[in-house]
Design a protein around this ligand. Structure first.
Ligand code: ATP
Ligand code: MG
Length: 137
């Protein structure tokens, strides 16, 4: 089985959507094997999203991710990385398939409720960014 790193972003924690989003993951067969609510500093958000450092939205993205608490979690299951991205839907909620988290909950392309790792290598790095091995059960 595979693991992926998920973040419930500030726009979603602010609107009390953690439970509804977790239900979508669980209904899709993903198991939440680690979870915590934290507030990132802007520097930590910048480090996490450093692959996007040259993108025009980088500063706005880091401000947003540090603006309020997030819920970081590890999801586990068969093909968890792809399955999670399927449940999340397209980055821009206007393009997201109906029934996906972003179609139902996202406010804009920036404030789009969830993050999910995009490949096995990034999943490994992103999980260890937030969690020690012993915290994942
Ligand atoms: P994530 O990495 O958060 O799971 P993603 O892989 O669908 O989302 P990326 O292209 O990796 O999308 O972009 C990372 C994040 O940057 C997006 O989720 C969104 O919050 C923000 N972002 C992406 N494109 C834009 C944009 N054009 N304007 C503002 N913010 C954007
Ligand atoms: Mg991405």
């Amino acid at each position: 089985t595979e693991r992926t790193l998920s973040i419930i972003k500030p726009d979603a924690t602010r609107r009390n959507l953690t439970g509804k989003i977790n239900a979508k993951f669980e209904d899709a067969g993903l198991r939440i094997v680690a979870q915590k609510r934290i507030q990132l500093t802007k520097a930590q958000a910048g480090e996490f999203y450093k692959v996007h450092a040259e993108r025009p939205f980088y500063d706005e993205l880091c401000e947003f991710m540090a603006s309020e608490p997030v819920v970081v979690q590890v999801l586990e299951g068969e093909g968890a990385i792809a399955k999670n991205r399927e449940v999340m839907g397209a980055t821009n909620p206007a393009d997201a398939d109906s029934g996906t988290i972003r179609a139902e909950f996202a406010e804009s392309v920036g404030e789009n409720s969830v993050h999910g790792s995009d490949a096995p290598e990034t999943a490994k790095d992103e999980i260890s960014f937030f969690f020690a091995d012993l915290e994942i059960v």
